[in-house]
Design a binder for this molecule. Structure first.
Ligand code: BGC
Length: 768
């Protein structure tokens, strides 16, 4: 045990240290220090100021008066301003400022820049970190060619409540999958060398517990126990930081009564001191100013003081640092060393990006022309889009559809909606460049007759299109019914109290189903919708999310069997919003639900179970799991236990399976989840082929935070589950034998003003 946890800890320190060394080499430090020494207070506050661009006829530009502000050194960075030629012109102006400090251009490049990839929740549904890394890499290649240096991605918030609109932007409900996706995206955006002209700063956001918004209402408080914060919400941030993320964004919400933008404990404490992270902390949009309505600052100046003191380096949009802090620094209420620390982090980022060597290296019109929407980018987007589709149901092998069908009816407004095809946060993506589902189907089956009816849209109760929809359905041999949410029914501030099909679409499903034709439902949405009202009555359902530029092609690939679906749900699909929050890794309670026992934890009007569980997703072939075995019946804390299983493709076509490994700690000093994902593997199996898959389990996989907030592993029995979803699993059991209870304690490094008490010795492991 001691060896194992010591190794885990050392690895964390080494990776943080190497990132630190890269960022803070002696040359960089000398350069930055000499620059800081020459800066006036106003120039310093300018570097901490991020100004939003505005969208005009010629694209995104700096706002009115912005060019003068650049010349005066009052802006450190812009957000939402890009374009190779334009950013070059703005850098030229920055070089006319007294100290000639180049600008940073930032933007939300979330799932592609011009070539749009699947929305983040869909990418997570691929359970394919290499493909997700490539998606982020391509996004960075395109975005940097257009002058961008900094993306506000990845969003790594865990979301357990599908009412929350921003569930679309993250990797779902699980901290393990979320951590793997977070690291993959960071690697993709940042590459291995930040000074290369096609890599950019990645931002892990929104730190932290933003997805725990009470009631699923965006910006609401996160009422999260500290152990849950550490076991569920913090791990993807830690993974992003370990992967080298150079930037983190504070979240709008409060945690335990303290808005994160004012939380010294979380920013300077957990992030910087405990984790040894030294990157750039950016506020969210007006997040500094919002400390006033939160009720922890009496006015904007006080808000600025709190945020800077907590460790927020860059003030996005509020302009409070620039406009209010100067007299407070002069009067001593704000320490100059805090200002300097923040300025240093901004300048170090600019240095790392190579901007002091060549401020124009990212603004390359030729590269911009050549890379945006390049053929290989589109091909990668199509490939990932196919993998992101989750086949929820396929009764009687309704799918794949035969390409020889005479007439196919495509019904639903989303089938032709280019904006929703791309999803939200589309950077420079264009709806007219997206292949819609209708386009994709038409291309895939040129010899079939494809008839289309709008039927209903997702925003209104208008049923006037039903008759036409029923008419085309009757003419057809099969119906592809495209329903769900349009892209503004999920994402920021788009929370829903009811998460079924919006508008008149449920009625449309009923009307079309009544024709008796084979109906395939294609769901487009940014959240797991509650579809219990019709799921039983249609034979096939695929969850297609918003898949981006190549959506229509990818959906057609799967519909007609050119691709075999392999996506798995990264979230639980509830029956109704009333079950929220619903997630697979819940606690057992003292009265776990039992069907015919009233006084157990359930509802009287709906089953407690999900409609489709976390990890669920079907294929056109079938897989069987056999021979689950453990390398030993017992494990000592320092051991690696190997869990193996044989997976066979028992169907008649090749397919990918995502093999999932879960554990359960049977008895703990704190209650433990009924299942926790601890491994997965994507396999390609030919018909009849068997592969043996092995997962190593080590101490870190069994660890959790106890009530003293120590990371512990405790002796006793563990169950191991391996299977095709969180519910369809094989089961084994082992015992962790070491009579002692082992703890890894972390002491923060010395950080000025850091006061939050954390016990123990750095990296130390104790067993008792
Ligand atoms: C969102 C962030 C985003 C920022 C800048 C905010 O409203 O919460 O996720 O990065 O805007 O666009």
């Amino acid at each position: 045990m001691m060896a194992r946890l010591a190794i885990v800890c050392a690895a964390v320190l080494v990776s943080a240290a190497s990132v630190a060394a890269q960022a803070r080499g002696p040359r960089a430090t000398r350069f930055v220090d000499s620059l800081v020494a020459r800066m006036t207070l106003d120039e310093k506050l300018g570097q901490l100021t991020q100004v939003p661009g505005r969208w005009g006829d010629t694209g995104p530009t700096v706002p009115e008066g912005g060019q003068e502000e650049i010349r005066r050194g009052q802006v450190g960075s812009f957000l939402g301003v890009f374009g190779a030629g334009y950013t070059r012109r703005m850098q030229e102006i920055a070089l006319q400022s007294r100290l000639k400090i180049p600008l940073l251009f930032a933007h939300d490049v979330i799932h592609g820049f011009r070539t749009i990839f699947p929305v983040s929740i869909a990418e997570a549904a691929s359970w394919d970190p290499e493909a997700v890394e490539r998606s982020a890499r391509i996004a960075a290649i395109e975005a940097t060619a257009a002058g961008l240096h900094w993306t506000f991605a990845p969003m790594v918030d865990i979301a357990r409540d599908a009412r929350w609109g921003r569930i679309v932007e993250g990797a779902g409900e699980d901290p393990y999958l979320g951590s793997i996706m977070a690291a993959a995206r960071v690697r993709g955006f940042q590459g291995t060398d930040l000074s290369a002209s096609n890599t950019m700063l990645a931002t892990a956001k929104h730190f932290v517990a933003y997805g725990a918004a009470e009631g699923g209402r965006d910006y609401n408080i996160a009422d999260v126990p500290e152990v849950t914060l550490r076991d569920i919400y913090l791990p993807p941030f830690h993974a992003a930081v370990d992967a080298g993320a150079r930037s983190v964004m504070a979240s709008f919400n409060e945690v335990a009564g303290v808005p994160v933008h004012a939380s010294e404990r979380l920013i300077d404490g957990v992030l910087r001191a405990e984790w040894g992270w030294n990157g750039l902390l950016v506020s969210d949009w007006t997040g500094v100013l919002e400390l006033v309505p939160h009720g922890v600052a009496a006015d904007s100046a006080a808000a600025g003081v709190l945020a800077l003191r907590a460790g927020v380096d860059v003030d996005m949009v509020s302009r409070i640092y620039l406009n209010k802090l100067s007299p407070l620094v002069r009067s001593g209420r704000v320490a100059m060393r805090d200002v300097d620390a923040a300025v240093r982090r901004v300048l170090h980022a600019k240095y790392e990006l190579g901007l002091f060597t060549d401020p124009y290296r990212y603004s390359d019109t030729t590269r911009e022309r050549q890379t945006l929407l390049a053929a290989d980018h589109r091909a990668a987007a199509r490939e990932l889009a196919r993998k992101a589709i989750v086949l929820l149901k396929n009764e009687g092998r309704t799918l794949p559809l035969a390409k020889s069908l005479g007439t196919i009816a495509v019904i639903g407004s989303l089938a032709t909606d280019g904006r929703s095809t791309n999803g939200n946060w589309t950077a420079a993506g264009r709806p007219e460049e997206a292949v819609t589902v209708l386009d994709g189907i038409r291309r895939a089956v040129p010899s079939s007759r494809v008839v289309y009816a709008r039927g209903a849209d997702s925003a209104t109760a208008d049923t006037s299109g039903f008759a036409e929809a029923v008419r085309v359905a009757r003419e057809a041999d099969a119906v592809v019914l495209v329903v769900g949410e349009h892209q503004e029914q999920s994402a920021e501030a788009n929370n829903r109290a009811f998460i079924g099909l919006p508008g008149a679409q449920e009625g449309l499903v009923r009307a079309v189903r009544a024709t008796g034709k084979p109906v395939v439902v294609v769901l487009m949405s940014g959240r797991p919708l509650a579809i219990a009202s019709f799921a039983d009555s249609v034979p096939a359902i695929m969850n297609a999310w918003y898949l981006g530029t190549e959506m229509g092609n990818a959906v057609a690939d799967v519909l007609f069997g050119d691709a075999n679906p392999s996506g798995k749900l990264p979230v639980t699909m509830a029956r109704t919003a009333g079950q929220m929050p619903l997630y697979y890794n819940h606690k057992n309670t003292g009265r776990p639900p039992v069907v015919d026992q009233k006084y157990t934890s359930k509802y009287i009007d709906v089953p407690w179970t999900p409609l489709y569980p976390f990890g669920h997703g079907l294929s056109y072939t079938t897989f069987t799991y056999r021979n689950l075995r453990l390398s030993a019946p017992t494990m000592r804390p320092g051991d690696t236990l190997v869990v193996s299983v044989d997976v066979t493709n028992t169907g008649d076509r090749a397919g990918d399976e995502v093999v999932q490994l879960y554990i359960r700690d049977e008895v703990g000093t704190l209650t433990r989840p009924v299942k926790e994902l601890r491994g997965f593997r994507r396999l390609t199996l030919q018909p009849g082929e068997t592969q043996s898959v092995s997962f190593p389990l080590g101490a870190k996989d069994l660890a959790f935070h106890d009530s003293a907030l120590d990371l512990v592993i405790e002796p006793g029995f563990f169950r191991v589950y391996v299977g095709t979803s969180s519910e369809r699993v094989e089961e084994a059991r082992f015992e962790l034998v070491d009579a002692r209870r082992c703890t890894k304690r972390v002491l923060p490094r010395a950080v000025p003003r850091f006061t939050w008490p954390v016990k123990g010795r750095a990296g130390g492991v104790t067993c008792r």
